[in-house]
Design a protein around this ligand. Structure first.
Ligand code: FE
Length: 202
């Protein structure tokens, strides 16, 4: 099978946020999908390596901020390329709290948010699939929603020339460079948690 076939699937891009005690956190996901309308229900699949995953699993409550085409690469770096275990991701962003007390991004980069409550979770190995009832939500502005393809074409910067001169493998998602001849097949990007199939040889 041509592995590129999977890249033809269309995805949105979202900031998943949760709150555990006084701790707010968020991460980037591309897996929010409405699965039924009566009742209004969504699923999200979240990598277990994300701190936000553990918070959603524990509290069962989350928000999905829908990133628009106005989203900046810095926002992807802020939520995608560092861990809430190390930094407070609520610092340096513009946010509000919805009725469920969870933060959502309140800026031109997000066109809407959805609040949801987990009703079931399914262990998928690397990820957990959360099935959740939509409890609230609001449209914030008329910007078009960003797709994964739009992110690659217009938001993610091209790799810098100095990276091209290095030897090894580059993560096509975040730009992390693995220095070595052979990339292990089970390698996971330490920065953005994407698998070896998202790397290309320099
Ligand atoms: Fe990466």
């Amino acid at each position: 099978m041509d592995p590129k076939v999977m890249q033809k699937l269309s995805y949105g891009l979202f900031v998943l946020t949760a709150k555990d005690g006084d701790k707010d956190n968020g991460c980037i996901i591309n897996t929010a999908i409405q699965v039924t309308s009566e009742p209004n229900r969504i699923t999200i699949a979240v990598n277990k390596g994300n701190f936000t995953h553990d918070m959603v699993k524990k509290t069962g409550v989350f928000n999905v901020s829908i990133l628009s085409e106005a989203a900046k690469f810095d926002t992807f770096k802020h939520f995608g390329f560092q861990s809430g275990r190390d930094v407070d991701k609520a610092v340096g962003i513009t946010y509000k709290r919805s009725a469920n007390d969870v933060i959502y991004l309140d800026s031109a980069e997000v066109n809407a948010y959805i609040s949801a409550k987990v009703i079931q979770s399914i262990d998928l190995g690397t990820h957990t699939l959360f099935i959740a009832d939509v409890t609230d939500g609001e449209v914030l502005n008329p910007e078009a929603s960003a797709t994964y393809a739009y992110y690659f074409a217009h938001i993610k910067p091209a790799p810098a020339a100095k990276q091209e001169s290095k030897k090894g493998w580059i993560c096509t998602i975040c730009g992390y460079i693995y220095e070595g001849e052979e990339l292990p097949a089970d390698f996971i990007c330490p920065v953005c948690k994407h698998p070896a199939s998202d790397f290309k040889k320099l």
